[in-house]
Design a protein around this ligand. Structure first.
Ligand SMILES: [Zn+2]
Length: 616
């Protein structure tokens, strides 16, 4: 089912986000925006902001944000289509759905989602209702999983018959798509067979709750088959970008501003059933950077709760590094030997489990205890190795204050001079910097473009921010004015440049610019959040601008600011070029070269003069 794009646009532009959100939350006007208590996390002072002008909301506490549809999806826990429909109903707008008769008009992605939905329902049906599902029901019964929980997670069972799904599906869906999604396989003689037969099925959801793939677990240990089988990657499923259970957990994660990370599907499901719902599972793969980025949209407080075995410890250590790099606050909870979260919560119950989480320690204490337990500190050479490793972990942190805190900690604990530890840390940091010259790994606070040394002064930051805010004003004349003077690639901070490219494209293609709809189309979550935040920035420049130009209307203020910003921005650009030339003049090897450089220099000075005349 799909709603035509232009219809969605029509509905979006007809509704006022403030009216819709006010149905659920008390909003009070504050300056240009509306403010209220955030429904998505626990707070006492309001940080949930709604911009009537931009038609979006953003919470400065939990970073949730989006347009009116996003709000309804999150608040009422409904799908995108349902949210569009619900707004349309309020406005009395009729929606005719596309492509009911016309399946080929459905997007490739939608078709694959539908095939997964179809399969999920088939597996769930077997588990809940069919005779051949009995063995699966027994399994879950043994694992103390209730029917209600089975339904909540859409758990299923695949028949032992090798082509049961193929037979069931062949006249109902396009088997090519099922092949593409790895639900079925093709034998050497071209015969089709079920990939998941005889397995317990765990549907894997996207954060929005759509089934992107499946995990299948065998019932009994066997040397011939892997314990777990996962769907292969497809255009709707990238393993390293999905966290199992996130769609169920995200609201609770926001509410409690904390997430518990476990290893397996069953761990998560058992905890959920026991009322512990802020849980995600890494399951199968080692934690990836993408997964951590995804999680950081909901919280930066994580408790790792991995199995009490060597694999679990290794997984914890690896995860710590990735989480530290993304500035997470990490705690580690330890289970008694031989237990996993599933067995623990079933045996000891919710209260004991909560105690376990309360007893979790910082990553630093955890690592120290680990080296201690392995006897590192009893002999001096291994002791040095352990301390070096502890210091190395600190090098993953971006925040210098935090690093200093831990340096003091190590110094006190092991009776070492802080200076010594600091110099050790410096050595590691320098080595790190030399090693990750690749732009992808560069985790400075600003990514720059082009990939050369450019100093990003506060002035440049402010100017670029003002340019973006001018874009977000949505005023097409001003935006065109800007692009008459600069091109998107002139912006050196990556997020700003990406934004400029997007706006430039939109203006060229449509000759119009609607902020909410453009932001909505962005895939890049980091960029999306950045723009939401800027759109509703508490320190929005427009208010400070108005102070500078009292009594003027909004448009003349904006155009004055636009002129100012362009003039300053171009001046900085030219100054940079002049400095560049001056360095070259110094290093010039021949007179000819020197003369040529001076000639260029003169041109730049002329440019600057013209600039001063052009913008008064
Ligand atoms: Zn919030």
């Amino acid at each position: 089912m799909r709603i035509p794009e232009n219809k969605i646009e029509e509905i979006r532009s007809a509704v006022n986000i403030v009216d819709i959100i006010s149905e659920f939350i008390n909003l009070r006007k504050r300056g240009k925006n509306f403010l209220g208590i955030c429904p998505f996390h626990n707070e006492k002072t309001p940080s949930f902001t709604v911009s009537e002008e931009k038609q979006i909301f953003h919470c400065f506490g939990c970073h949730s944000g989006g347009n009116v549809f996003k709000f309804l999806m999150e608040y009422e826990k409904i799908s995108f289509i349902e949210s569009v429909k619900s707004v349309a109903d309020r406005l009395g707008i009729q929606i005719e759905f596309e492509d009911q008769q016309n399946p080929e008009k459905q997007s490739e992605q939608e078709i694959l989602y539908d095939v997964n939905d179809f399969a999920a329902k088939y597996f769930s049906d077997i588990l809940l209702n069919e005779n051949e599902g009995e063995i699966g029901r027994k399994y879950f019964h043994r694992r103390k999983i209730k029917t209600q929980t089975i339904r909540a997670f859409g758990l299923g069972f695949a028949s032992f018959k090798r082509d049961a799904f193929v037979e069931f599906a062949k006249n109902r869906i396009d088997l090519e798509k099922a092949l593409q999604l790895g639900l079925i396989g093709k034998g050497n003689e071209g015969h089709l067979f079920d990939k998941f037969s005889g397995r317990i099925i765990f549907p894997i959801d996207s954060p929005n709750g759509r089934v992107v793939g499946f995990g299948g677990r065998i019932l009994e240990k066997s040397e011939y088959t892997a314990k777990y089988l996962n769907s292969p990657e497809s255009i709707i499923y990238t393993k390293g970008k999905v966290l199992y259970g996130l769609s169920h957990a995200k609201d609770e994660i926001r509410r409690l501003t904390k997430v518990i990370m476990v290893e397996g599907y069953m761990d998560l499901i058992s905890l959920f059933q026991n009322g512990i719902k802020n849980v995600v599972a890494v399951s199968g793969t080692a934690l990836t950077e993408d997964q951590v980025s995804l999680l950081s949209r909901y919280t930066k407080n994580v408790v790792l709760l991995f199995d009490a075995d060597i694999a679990g410890v290794k997984a914890s250590m690896r995860s710590i590094e990735i989480l530290l790099r993304k500035d997470f606050e990490i705690k580690i909870a330890s289970l008694p030997k031989g237990e996993d979260p599933d067995s623990y919560v079933n045996q000891f119950g919710r209260e004991k489990f909560d105690d376990l989480i309360k007893l979790s320690v910082s990553f630093h204490e955890y690592q120290t205890a680990l080296y201690e337990a392995e006897g590192y500190f009893t002999d001096s050479s291994r002791s040095a190795e352990a301390i070096r490793n502890l210091v190395k972990s600190l090098s993953f942190m971006e925040d210098e204050l935090k690093r200093n805190f831990y340096i003091k900690n190590i110094s006190k604990r092991f009776g070492l001079r802080e200076k010594l530890l600091e110099s050790e840390l410096d050595k590691i940091l320098m080595k790190e910097n030399r090693q990750d010259k690749s732009p992808k790994e560069k985790t400075q606070s600003y990514k720059v473009f082009p990939n050369k040394e450019i100093k990003i002064t506060p002035e440049v930051q402010f100017l670029e921010r003002d340019i973006i805010l001018l874009f977000l004003s949505g005023n097409i004349d001003l935006i065109k004015f800007i692009f008459n003077h600069i091109s998107p690639k002139d912006l050196i901070i990556e997020l700003n440049r990406k934004t400029a490219e997007l706006v430039f494209e939109e203006i060229n293609n449509k000759n119009s610019f609607e902020v909410a709809s453009v932001i909505d189309k962005i895939d890049d979550e980091e960029l999306k959040e950045y723009l939401h935040k800027l759109s509703i920035d508490k320190y929005s420049i427009s208010s400070s601008w108005e102070k500078l130009y009292p009594g003027k209307d909004n448009y003349s203020v904006l155009s004055k600011v636009c002129m100012d910003t362009m003039k300053k921005f171009r001046t900085v650009q030219i100054d940079n070029q002049i400095n560049d030339i001056l360095v070259q003049v110094k290093d010039a090897t021949s007179e000819d070269q020197g003369v040529e450089l001076l000639h260029i220099l003169n041109q730049y000075h002329a440019d600057k003069k013209r600039l001063n005349e052009e913008f008064i």
